[in-house]
Design a protein around this ligand. Structure first.
Ligand code: ADP
Ligand code: MG
Length: 271
């Protein structure tokens, strides 16, 4: 069913638990993301943020709970065997389709080094979309324009700054026409002076109504851009709400400690 039910959230995460061996890294996580909503996840290192994004894109399996993206069950289907429902992995084709619905942008942009910026953006649609090459090229050029890099179309990644490479990676994700984009610490590997240009690109997408989940350590950005903030701690969501409310009035001391430690650790050295 492809018709969009107006009331249905774009992403539904329902009681998801995941273990790595005996370590429970996601502990009954539940939340919804509505169409056009920007959800920002913060939390200490190791609290499960990346793992959750990877589960939404089914780069990781999970043992309990359900995730729906645009109404479709992620990764599994229930098969009726001898009177009981058994979870089976979806076909690789179904999983590939899911990954085009939910695009993901990583900390290390993973561009192909021997392809130009434009070729990097065109590769996905050339493989998955049945449109003419010139149509795809025009659209991908427009995407480079949108991230401010039309003049770098024929440059190879090694000739681009980290911020420019990351913006190419965002254009590459957009080229697949995703319904949601998952960003995992996309500015963490960048020199400080390059962070803003990438955040600006993400801000522009939010203004256009793109549905996004963003894991970041940029607290000011989180406050500005998030419709909703989730605070992860040891595989659980301890805070969930409007960022202004959470920063002004956190429910948990853990969040206060996190923000305090965090801002101390990020003091400029030459204060
Ligand atoms: P975050 O992104 O919030 O820093 P992660 O989701 O990367 O946290 O990690 C959550 C927990 O899962 C951590 O304890 C981490 O060590 C563990 N973990 C992550 N990936 C693996 C893996 N492939 N195998 C075993 N443990 C893992
Ligand atoms: Mg992480």
């Amino acid at each position: 069913m492809d018709s969009k039910d107006d009331n249905r959230p774009m992403i539904q995460v329902q009681n998801v638990s995941k273990w790595f061996g005996s370590l429970k890294v996601l502990d009954e996580i539940s939340f919804d993301v509505n169409e056009g909503e920007v959800v920002v996840m913060v939390g200490p290192s190791g609290s499960g943020k990346s793992t959750l994004l990877r589960c939404i894109n089914f780069l990781e399996e999970f043992q309990e709970g359900n995730i729906y993206v645009d109404g479709k069950l992620v990764g599994y289907r229930d098969v009726h065997v001898d009177g009981t429902d058994v979870r089976r992995r979806q076909s690789e084709a179904e999983i590939s389709r899911l990954r085009t619905t939910a695009g993901m942008v990583f900390q290390n942009y993973n561009l192909f080094p021997h392809r130009t910026a434009l070729d990097n953006v065109m590769m996905g649609p050339l493989m998955f979309h049945s449109r003419s090459k010139s149509e795809i090229r025009d659209e991908c050029m427009a995407l480079l324009e949108k991230v401010g890099l039309a003049d770098k179309a024929s440059s190879f990644p090694s000739r681009l700054s980290g911020g420019q490479q990351q913006r190419i990676a965002i254009a590459r994700s957009l080229a697949m026409h995703p319904k949601v984009i998952l960003f995992d610490e996309v500015t963490s590997a960048l020199d400080p002076e390059l962070v803003e240009e990438v955040l600006r690109t993400i801000r522009d997408l939010s203004k256009e109504g793109m549905t996004m989940i963003i894991v970041t350590h940029e607290m000011q950005f989180a406050r500005d851009v998030a419709d909703r903030l989730l605070f992860f701690y040891q595989g659980k969501i301890l805070e969930d709400g409007n960022p202004r409310d959470i920063f002004a009035n956190p429910v948990t001391d853990r969040f206060k400690t996190f923000v305090r430690r965090f801002s101390q650790a990020h003091q400029p050295l030459t204060a």
